[in-house]
Design a protein around this ligand. Sequence first.
Ligand code: AMP
Ligand code: FE
Ligand code: FE
Ligand code: ZN
Length: 281
Amino acid sequence: MIDLHTHTTESDGTYTPQALMEEAARVGLDAIAITDHDTFRGHDEARPIALELGVNLVCGIELSTAWGTPKEKTVHLLGYWLEAPPTPDFREWLIALQEARRDRNARLADKLQSLGLDITLAEAESLGRNMTGRPHFARLLIRKGYTENIETAFREYLNENGKAYVDREEPFFAEAVRRIKESGGMPSLAHPVRLNKQGAEETKMLEAMVDAGLPAIEVWHSDHSPTDSLRYLKFADQHGLLQTGGSDFHGDIKPHVKLGRGAGNLRIPLPVLERLVAAAR
Ligand code: AMP
Ligand code: FE
Ligand code: FE
Ligand code: ZN
C-alpha cells in the first residue's frame, strides 16, 4: 500500500516530518510522498529520517494554480520527482510563490481586522511558520471564539464567498505544469472531484487540462467515491494519462482521514508508483 498525497507541519498538516515518517513505518506503507503546499521543507527534513527508518519517500509538492483567463478558480496541482530531485530553478520559483502567499496573508489579516476581529499576521505565522495558510487563520478564528469549526471558518470568512476573502496571485495551471515538467517532475491533477463539475462539463475541463500538457491525474483520493475513482480511471485510460493516488493526510485537523487508508476507501497498490517511475525514465 502506498500514499502519494500527505502534508506535514511545514504546510498545513499537524504531523512533523519525523512523526509522519514514523507513522508511515508503523502503518507499513511501501512508499509515501510528502506533498506540502508550495514547499519542499517537509520533504527535505524527512529525507534522512526516511532513510534511517527504511521508508520509501517520494519527493512531491502541491501547488495552487489559477484556472481560466481571467482566473475562474484555484486548481490544486501535484508534482512528483521520481528520478532526480527538483532543479534549483524550480526551488527558486517556489520562493516567489511563497512571497505571493505572504502578501495575501498580510491582506487577509488586514481584512479580518477591518471586520473588527482581533487576528494578526504574526499570530497566524506563529502557527504556520514558513507556509502559513488559510487553515492557520481558521485555527485562530476558532480559538478566539469567532467561529465553531474549520468548515464554518471557511464558509463565513475564508472561502471565495467568505467575508474576509482576498485573492492571491497564483501561477496559471499551464505554467505550473510546464515548470514541474522542466524541472524533472511529473505533474498530476489533485483531487479532480473538487473541480466541482459534473458530466460533460467535467470531461471538457479535464480535456482542456490534458491539452495544457497534464500527464497524470489523481484517481484515488479520500474525497473520491468508488464511482468517482472509476470515472477518473476511465478518463485516464482514454486520454493516455498516468494515475496517482493518496489520502491527502493532514493529521489531527482532518481526523477522519488516515494515512494510507484515507476515509477507509483507499488501498493504493505499489504498482501504481512503479508505473510512474517507469514513465519518468
Ligand atoms: P491557502 O493555500 O492558504 O489558500 O489555503 C488552502 C488550504 O485550505 C487548502 O489546501 C485546504 O487544506 C484548506 N481548505 C480549503 N477549504 C477548506 C474547507 N472548506 N475546510 C477545511 N479546509 C479547507
Ligand atoms: Fe491542505
Ligand atoms: Fe489540495
Ligand atoms: Zn493536499
